[in-house]
Write a protein that binds this ligand. Sequence first.
Ligand SMILES: *[C@@H]1O[C@H](CO)[C@@H](O)[C@H](O)[C@H]1NC(C)=O
Ligand SMILES: *[C@@H]1O[C@H](CO)[C@@H](O)[C@H](O)[C@H]1NC(C)=O
Ligand SMILES: *[C@@H]1O[C@H](CO)[C@@H](O)[C@H](O)[C@H]1NC(C)=O
Ligand SMILES: *[C@@H]1O[C@H](CO)[C@@H](O)[C@H](O)[C@H]1NC(C)=O
Ligand SMILES: *[C@@H]1O[C@H](CO)[C@@H](O)[C@H](O)[C@H]1NC(C)=O
Ligand SMILES: *[C@@H]1O[C@H](CO)[C@@H](O)[C@H](O)[C@H]1NC(C)=O
Ligand SMILES: *[C@@H]1O[C@H](CO)[C@@H](O)[C@H](O)[C@H]1NC(C)=O
Length: 294
Amino acid sequence: MASCSLLLLLLCHPPHPLFRRSNVPPQGYYNPLDKGGSMLTTVPGTFPAGLGEPLNVIISGHSDADVLKDQETDGGLRNYFLSFGYASECLGQHLGDDQAANLGDGNGLLNETAVIRWDFGDPQLGACKESINGGAHFRYWVQDGDSADSGAVFIAASYELPIAKQHDIIFNGYNLGRDWMIGNVTNQTALIDTATVSNTSTFSGRTMYANYTYQTDVSYQSGILQNTSDGVNHFQSVAPKNGTAQDGLVAVMQVKIVSRPTVSSAVSIIPTALSSLVAFALAATSCHLLSFTL
Ligand SMILES: *[C@@H]1O[C@H](CO)[C@@H](O)[C@H](O)[C@H]1NC(C)=O
Ligand SMILES: *[C@@H]1O[C@H](CO)[C@@H](O)[C@H](O)[C@H]1NC(C)=O
Ligand SMILES: *[C@@H]1O[C@H](CO)[C@@H](O)[C@H](O)[C@H]1NC(C)=O
Ligand SMILES: *[C@@H]1O[C@H](CO)[C@@H](O)[C@H](O)[C@H]1NC(C)=O
Ligand SMILES: *[C@@H]1O[C@H](CO)[C@@H](O)[C@H](O)[C@H]1NC(C)=O
Ligand SMILES: *[C@@H]1O[C@H](CO)[C@@H](O)[C@H](O)[C@H]1NC(C)=O
Ligand SMILES: *[C@@H]1O[C@H](CO)[C@@H](O)[C@H](O)[C@H]1NC(C)=O
């Protein structure tokens, strides 16, 4: 039975660039609030207790399936992050306490998958500089539990102060962190002006790493995240006097791989085609036998 579903899984998830998930709602994600989740993370040890940081960016489940895989190979999510100048933590070191999030997908509250930092143009060591000097970074979670399996990636983006200041968030640092990241993601030539973004803003552009070129189309949406300071970590120092710590906008990104390295894809297409054939034959046989027995 286990091997049967594994084989079917292989068949249903072939590494094909045009493949998209079929169970994704039109907007590209499920609203975590619909099933007991939250658009705020849970930060350990806040004062007052129970504060969180906004999930202010979502990579839509309608993105290419390869991009939604949490790996650096085959143009996966980690390679995509590198394409817009963000790398995994310094020398594999993990600093600070994990934040947790409940995406309403039935998995409950889970710790972050990882923290990813602006790499200052240096994918190997740049994230070390960010850890010390502060800057743009984000944490992310994948919505893939049984009750809301969109495959969408939920991101809490912000801009932090240097380590000497305990990595607090800069003034307006959630909104700025989101917009500067979206500027990088869509290869803008100038900073996106946070004062002018709204729920009608859109941005598009291309980035490249390891000869994978990504096209990202972003649209800002309101209504899923609240425009408020209530419950938001560091609200005292982040929020403008006449405004809110988070403006309630979520940047929803749809990512496509528009070109791939020629050498590596030429090498990998044949074994992929072969293994799909073998998987198909085996799955057909064993699943047929199974249904026969049942
Ligand atoms: C989640 O993160 C917290 C805070 O860093 C840590 O104490 C806990 O062990 C982590 N839980 C798991 C399951 O990794
Ligand atoms: C990209 O991100 C870096 C680090 O936050 C920032 O300095 C730079 O201005 C951003 N670029 C754009 C176009 O937003
Ligand atoms: C990003 O923008 C720069 C200049 O605006 C351009 O030269 C570069 O080709 C762009 N990158 C990609 C992958 O299209
Ligand atoms: C990327 O493409 C260039 C030229 O097309 C080639 O020289 C280089 O080896 C390729 N790099 C990778 C990592 O595939
Ligand atoms: C956009 O925001 C305005 C208020 O700023 C609101 O009236 C409108 O319903 C929103 N539109 C959408 C599509 O969310
Ligand atoms: C908030 O105050 C700043 C100056 O401190 C001003 O530039 C901005 O327009 C004000 N925003 C609103 C919504 O009143
Ligand atoms: C958020 O609320 C503030 C006032 O509390 C308002 O000035 C601002 O325009 C709102 N932002 C958005 C994006 O709706």
